[in-house]
Design a protein around this ligand. Structure first.
Ligand code: FMN
Length: 361
């Protein structure tokens, strides 16, 4: 656990390092300190610079002091932006623009002979020397946003609709991420058992304890659906590492009189006189009472709602706060329709509240 935390901490440091290399930080700190010193000097001794460079003093030195104040305040901006230049890039951009327009204005004033060339010493240190580092920071920012988009592919609905049927199904099926893999145990009114793998089981609510699952359109006979309609009960059995192959095999189209339990090598188990079969090899098993079905108009799939009646699990898997440690029970998950995954917990986080910092628990 500690190792995992350290690892993710290191990872964020690495990303931070890549996004904000140290030279950016030091450049902006230096620019910040320079601005603050130069600005303060101008505010405190506004006439000094004119004496040094031989330029004519302006009538209102207060306006020149105001320039000093703005420069110093901007120094504070550079200093703050130094700690995350990629996030605070607008400060760098505004500074960069000032450092470009300043010399242009100075060139105009030089042309009109308002300032002597010696006054340009300010332009060198206030503006010109920062062009390259500020420009590089902004370029890096531009690159970091455009690089992400240039590495990404895009498929519009029109494009993926033209995929061959199976290919499109595989693509769209992958999009909802890692899904649970469960075996639905049922039997018809004559006691013929049926087992089918599904990846659409989802939590519907804890009180009452409801679970939903989606059954494909009943344009052909669906044994699971028919049995649930008939007997009003079913079981959900977590797929674990040891029964992945057998579980996947249950998706084959067996005839109604064939039991997937037998055909796929899994063992029927009855618990507490519940009228639907459990999978003996599964470690987490749930007994459910069928509550209601609802046809999804958009595609003819059927939402089945079940209420949880009994839960069976290994004795060391229930944590003190009520969480069931499904990883410990070897529960696996699936992506797409055929890719099975074992899991590795990253850790548990505290309850999120707007005003509280999250903690690993
Ligand atoms: C990984 C995986 C996930 C599946 N998920 C579902 C699902 O959520 N709903 C569904 O109706 N069928 C799903 N299927 C297909 C069923 O397992 C398959 O149609 C099975 O033959 C249905 O059996 P039945 O006619 O005995 O009910 C899935 C198949 C696989 C391999």
């Amino acid at each position: 656990m500690v190792f995992k935390k350290l690892r993710s901490f290191n990872f964020s440091i690495e990303i931070g390092y890549f996004m904000n290399p140290p030279w950016m930080k030091y450049t902006l700190i230096l620019a910040g300190i320079y601005n603050i010193i130069w600005g303060t000097w101008v505010v405190l001794f506004p006439h000094h610079i004119f004496e040094l460079t031989g330029a004519t003093r302006p009538n209102y030195l207060e306006i020149w002091q105001c320039v000093g104040m703005i420069v110093a305040v901007y120094g504070l901006g550079y200093y703050i932006s130094a700690f995350n230049p990629m996030r605070h890039w607008p400060i760098v951009l505004v500074g960069f623009l000032g450092k470009v327009f300043g010399p242009i204005g100075f060139a105009g004033a030089l042309y009109k002979e308002v300032f002597p060339l010696s006054f340009g010493i300010n332009i060198i240190f206030n503006d010109l020397i920062w062009w390259i580092p500020f420009g590089l920071i902004l370029y890096r920012k531009y690159q970091s946003t455009s690089r992400v988009s240039s590495q990404m592919n895009h498929l519009s609905e029109i494009e993926f609709s033209k995929f061959e049927d199976r290919k499109r199904a595989r693509l769209i099926n992958s999009l909802s991420g890692f899904k649970s893999a469960n075996l639905i145990g049922t039997q018809n009114k004559d006691g013929a058992t049926n087992l089918s793998i599904v990846s659409s089981v989802f939590h519907l609510g804890a009180s009452p304890a409801l679970v939903g699952l989606i059954i494909r359109p009943d344009t052909v006979r669906r044994d699971t659906l028919e049995n649930i309609r008939e007997t009003k009960v079913f079981t959900i059995n977590h797929v674990n590492n040891d029964i992945v192959i057998e579980s996947h095999q249950t998706s084959a189209r067996y005839r109604p009189e064939q039991s997937e339990f037998q055909e796929c090598g899994l063992t029927v188990q009855y618990l507490k006189n519940f009228k639907a079969p459990f999978v003996h090899e599964s470690k987490i098993k749930i007994a459910l009472e069928f509550k209601r079905e609802q046809r999804i108009e958009e595609n003819g799939t059927i939402l089945l709602i079940g209420q949880i009646k009994d839960i069976y699990f290994p004795e060391d898997c229930l944590e003190n706060d009520g969480k069931l440690n499904i990883e410990k029970a070897g529960t696996i998950c699936v992506s797409g329709l055929d890719n099975y995954h074992s899991t590795e917990s990253i850790g548990r986080l505290s309850y999120a509240k707007p005003d509280r910092k999250l903690e690993w628990i």
